[in-house]
Design a protein around this ligand. Structure first.
Ligand code: ATP
Length: 205
């Protein structure tokens, strides 16, 4: 099975890294790909370039073989729609099971995503717990797709939705950017190598 963990990663932090590694082990994934978006469809373009967000990701996963980076959204022009990304990954992997991992905050906005009803044509969706965000009731569209046994995701390429408890780390990129802006220490919330990069490039000041 292949896992996809999309995000702005502005910057990448331990809330992303720990949960990505954890679900990679829980679901015994063959690959877990962190997938930075170029131009988020749902928010203003980040002030930090895609190339810099990618460099921070590369620093963060260095030495962690279980986490890979998929740069396909950075190579595509226009807004990054997850449905297009999943279609493109599906074209590469034939009928291998594919899982899109999202936090409960992202899940609560799912029905505003471009062609959201098509996401499950290409992948399973796993919703990870995130402190401060209780998942909304499941949209009708998904009720018959929900499964309570994660092993059932292995039995078909896509189409199921599952809720997974993960270690609760109340860390957000917004709070980290704020800390840099206020000259406070963000140490222990994200890798030291990423902190050094942010400081060297004077990001978020
Ligand atoms: P921002 O504060 O800029 O909105 P963020 O910290 O939420 O950023 P994103 O890059 O927007 O990070 O998130 C990408 C994905 O990671 C989303 O699916 C989000 O739910 C998930 N995620 C981010 N932080 C956590 C966390 N601490 N625990 C679990 N999931 C998380």
């Amino acid at each position: 099975m292949i896992g996809i963990y999309g995000g702005t990663f502005n910057p990448i932090h331990y809330g992303h890294l720990r949960t990505a590694l954890e679900v990679s082990e829980i679901f015994a994934l063959d690959e877990m790909r962190l997938l930075p978006c170029a131009q988020p469809a749902h928010r203003a373009e980040p002030e930090v370039s895609a190339a810099m967000r990618l460099q921070m990701l590369q620093l963060a996963v260095k030495g962690t073989a279980a986490l890979q980076i998929d740069t396909r959204e950075l190579q595509r022009a226009g807004p990054s729609y997850m449905v297009d990304t999943l279609a493109s990954i599906r074209a590469d992997i034939a009928r291998l099971p594919l899982i899109l991992f999202i936090g409960s905050d992202a899940f609560n906005g799912l029905t505003s995503w471009h062609r959201w009803q098509k996401l499950s044509d290409y992948a399973h969706i796993v919703v990870m717990t995130r402190p401060g965000f209780t998942p909304d009731p499941l949209p009708d569209f998904y009720t018959d797709k929900r499964v309570d046994d994660r092993h059932s995701l292995k039995s078909c390429p896509s189409g199921k939705i599952y809720f997974q408890q993960v270690t609760q780390l109340d860390i957000s990129a917004t709070a980290i950017r704020q800390m840099f802006a206020e000259n406070k220490s963000a140490r222990f919330l994200l890798p030291e190598s990423v902190i050094e990069y942010i400081q060297a490039k004077r990001l978020y000041t």
